[in-house]
Design a protein around this ligand. Structure first.
Ligand code: C5P
Length: 315
């Protein structure tokens, strides 16, 4: 049984002040893009859940070696939680073929968890509906429910409440991948710190002020609906970007390549450090990729969105 599961990007991300539970309320537009991990699930002894990382995965060996294979891996936790909730006696051996960069702002770990839910639900014949899987997904992490759904969707709450959004695709993106990951909790904490700093109301610093009205701008919704690439490029935003750039000022140079490579928009993806560039079509995506590599970036991926969420592709 093989499940394919996508990376996600955020086309908008409005973040409010932290809630009592430490999470930040947000409103985001997610899009699933054509960079996929695969989870292959085979039966194991009752109650046993194991995970191994496929060494032939197209990520550097040191990155693959650092992927946890125990309960520290969200996919393992997903399988165990599904077993607990359904009372199944099944066990599963999970093999993870990893192409989505780790700690990159692309929800790779969350997507693997979504894939494990879909794979084990089929393997064990537990027959939970998509809606029931969504409930378990929300417990596992804020981005996991979207990774189940895929496509283009608005996320509310801490990101876990998703509703589909009409988008005329395909949209062509170039992802600029960084060698080093960024920790999501650290980026949120940095945003809180920047928002508390004296002088935050000064001209040029407006980007770090807390958004009072968490919303998706009409211009973004309309651009997605009509497939208007330049308008989408103008409407995209990410409240976490100032925090990611504060922790990693070198990313400014990556975003500054936007006019030189003729991209319609450039944005940090989620909590970063991946930066996304919007292209007008396939040919422009090629030009942007070449421009970014020429600008010194070590890894770029051309992807399209929207694509489906975690789904069985074999078995
Ligand atoms: O939900 P998830 O476990 O993926 O979130 C990882 C971390 O990101 C949280 O522990 C929290 O620090 C931060 N986060 C947040 N507000 C959100 C989502 C995530 O503060 N809406």
């Amino acid at each position: 049984m093989t499940v394919q599961t996508p990376a996600k990007i955020n086309l908008s991300l409005a973040v409010g002040p932290p809630r009592h539970d430490g999470y930040h309320p947000l409103v985001t537009v997610y899009q699933a893009v054509s960079l996929f991990d695969h989870v292959i699930a085979t039966p194991a002894a009752p109650g046993e859940v194991t995970l191994e990382v496929d060494p032939s995965s197209p990520l550097p060996a040191d990155v693959l070696a650092a992927v946890p294979t125990d309960d520290g891996n969200l996919a393992v936790r997903a399988a165990r939680l599904l077993a607990e909730r359904t009372g199944t006696t099944g066990g599963a051996r999970l093999r993870l073929h990893k192409a989505i960069p780790v700690a990159a702002g692309l929800a790779g770990g969350s997507s693997d968890a979504a894939a494990a839910l879909v794979a084990c639900n089929r393997l064990w014949g537990t027959r939970l509906s998509r809606a029931e899987l969504q409930v378990i997904a929300a417990e596992l992490g804020s981005d996991v429910p979207f990774c189940l759904v895929g496509g283009t969707a608005i996320g509310h709450g801490r990101g876990e409440r998703v509703s589909p959004l009409l988008a005329r695709g395909p949209f062509h993106w170039v992802l600029a991948i960084d060698k080093q990951g960024l920790s999501t909790p650290m980026v949120y904490a940095e945003l809180d710190r920047l928002r508390e700093e004296p002088g935050r109301e000064q001209p040029g610093r407006e980007g770090v002020l807390p958004t009072t009205e968490l919303d998706v701008p009409d211009a973004l919704v309309n651009a997605l609906r009509s497939g208007d690439v330049p308008a989408l490029g103008r409407a995209m935003f990410n409240d976490l970007q100032p925090a990611a750039l504060s922790l990693r000022p070198d990313l400014c140079e990556v975003l500054e390549l936007r006019p030189a490579v003729h991209a319609h928009g450039a944005l940090v993806s989620g909590s970063g450090p991946t930066c996304l560039f919007l292209a007008h079509g396939e040919h422009d995506a090629d030009t942007i990729s070449v421009g970014l590599v020429g600008g010194g970036l070590h890894a770029v991926h051309r992807v399209v969105g929207p694509v489906p969420g975690a789904r069985v592709v074999e078995g």
